[in-house]
Ligand binder design. Structure first.
Ligand SMILES: O=C(O)[C@H](O)C(=O)CO
Ligand SMILES: [Mg+2]
Length: 257
């Protein structure tokens, strides 16, 4: 199996280019990030070229984080900010060769929010398509992000259907889906055609995938048997030195898994 280091959490104690180098040294096959915008795209691109790792994806900016924003695209009245964040994300992704953009919905509810999200996602998919970029939407759990618009895979599928764009996919984060729905392996199998990227962390503490209520040896094996061979995103909180949390990766590599 191949693994991608999510540098929003792993090695986030250092500048993004150095985190890319650390991920390569640790044996990851790819990297992904959250909000890289403070780092010039040229510096990120240079670290990617130097290491040979692809950057799989990044997120749209969340808005005014100090005022509590966690994305803008489902918030009625915030369309201008949402689309500026989408444009910025596409420009950055194209500059560094990132294949996916997670368009963040934000805190909202109801039909107006649904219609706003659909319209902004149509805009994002139209703008991204000429670059071959995929747009991702990700259900987040109600404990970490109470009030977030998108919380379940059923809701994500309804949104994907309503937008009707071939470059709109589901970000299936095992951590969030386990907390909201469970039944991970049936869900991954059923949703595979709609999945653009898979992420993981232990539940409930969002740590390395070697403890907690999910047996990742089993989940990864099911994913392998489904012939899904894209890198899986390690999006967990190391709670200290990332290099000290990589026993799971070393164990898999030593076992040839
Ligand atoms: O928190 C997550 O799971 C995300 O993947 C993210 O991109 C930031 O909310
Ligand atoms: Mg995630």
């Amino acid at each position: 199996m191949k693994f991608s280091a999510n540098l929003g959490f792993l090695w986030n104690d250092r500048p993004l280019p150095d985190a890319i180098r650390a991920a390569e040294a640790a044996g990851f096959d790819a990297v992904e990030c959250h909000w890289p915008y403070d780092i010039p795209a040229d510096a990120v691109k240079a670290a990617l070229s130097e290491t040979g790792l692809p950057m799989l994806g990044l997120n749209t900016r969340r808005g005014d984080v100090s005022a509590g924003d966690n994305g803008l695209s489902a918030i009625p009245g915030r369309e201008a900010g949402a689309r500026a964040a989408i444009d910025e994300a596409i420009n950055y992704a194209v500059a560094i060769g990132a294949a996916n953009i997670h368009v963040m919905a934000g805190f909202a509810a109801g039909d107006e929010a649904f219609q706003t999200f659909i319209a902004n996602l149509k805009y994002a998919c139209d703008q991204a398509a000429p670059h071959g970029t995929t747009i991702l939407i990700e259900p987040l759990n109600k404990y970490d992000a109470p009030g977030y618009f998108l919380t379940t895979t059923d809701q994500a599928l309804a949104i994907i259907k309503a937008v009707g764009a071939p470059n709109l996919k589901l970000m299936f984060d095992c951590y969030h889906v386990q907390l909201m729905e469970g039944d991970l392996t049936h869900k991954i199998a059923a949703l595979l055609p709609s999945i653009g990227h898979i992420q993981f962390a232990s539940v409930p503490d969002r740590g390395a995938p070697d403890h907690g209520e999910i047996n990742f040896d089993h989940v990864f094996e099911v994913i392998r048997q489904l012939d899904y061979d894209a890198p899986l995103g390690a999006e967990y909180k190391p709670g200290g030195n990332t290099d000290d949390t990589l026993g799971w990766l070393k164990h898999r590599s030593a076992a040839g898994l």
